[in-house]
Design a protein around this ligand. Structure first.
Ligand code: CA
Length: 224
């Protein structure tokens, strides 16, 4: 039985998540304040924490970094506000496992929850390695075959996302939502343009291509 902690101060949203996740077979606890949430996450065994960013007592980022500093590797799904572009980039470094931009459909949340729980409890390492590609998250540096890649912050975030989900095809919608402040109706062409630019830096100078286009679906970073 999987246990999920929901840290959300908006009562309606918390109830909605609690009800939906319980119906899907998860055992849920809720906290309405950041400090209470952190206390629970540190003292009880949870398989996943769903963490809102804007919280009384302590914000979601503070809860997340305290949890990680305490050595807890419980997966964390952050709920970010639509206007907080920086959050996604910031969170990729702070140790969040995934994000969801509010407002979201419950089906989307459930899909993310299942995917995180499938990946298991191991937190992502500080350095991601795929073939000769190395992404040093704390230093915000990427290199291939020891050669430093000169990336913009968005390109770095995009590459990190693809590398974290190595082998998993990511749709343009997912990419635009996680890396840009965009929703479903937005022009996802921006994703194609960004991936093309990223490729000129990450793949073009090297024999082995890592970023693959899956026609009509999206992109995947993989070694074959
Ligand atoms: Ca809130």
């Amino acid at each position: 039985m999987m246990r999920i902690l929901i840290v959300e101060d908006e009562r309606k949203a918390a109830d909605y998540l609690h009800k939906g996740l319980s119906e899907s077979g998860y055992v849920c606890d809720t906290a309405a304040r950041g400090d209470d949430g952190l206390h629970l996450a540190l003292t009880e065994p949870f398989d996943l924490v769903i963490l809102d960013v804007m919280l009384p007592g302590r914000d979601g980022w503070s809860v997340l970094s305290s949890l990680r500093r305490a050595g807890r590797e419980t997966p964390v799904l952050m709920l970010t506000a639509r206007d907080a572009v920086e959050d996604r980039v910031k969170g990729l470094e702070t140790g969040a496992d995934d994000y969801l931009v509010k407002p979201f459909a419950f089906s989307e949340l459930l899909a993310r929850v299942r995917s995180i729980l499938r990946r298991g409890p191991a937190r992502q390492p500080d350095v991601l390695q795929v073939a000769d590609l190395e992404i040093d998250l704390p230093r915000h540096r990427a290199s291939r075959a020891g050669q430093r890649l000169d990336l913009t912050p968005k390109e770095f975030a995009l590459l990190t996302l693809l590398a974290r989900r190595q082998g998993e095809v990511l749709t343009r919608t997912i990419i635009s939502e996680l890396v840009w402040e965009m929703n479903f109706d937005s022009d996802t062409n921006v994703v194609d343009v960004a991936v093309r630019r990223l490729r000129t830096k990450v793949d073009d100078p090297f024999a082995q291509k890592l970023i693959r286009t899956v026609r009509g679906v999206g992109y995947v970073l993989e070694t074959s």
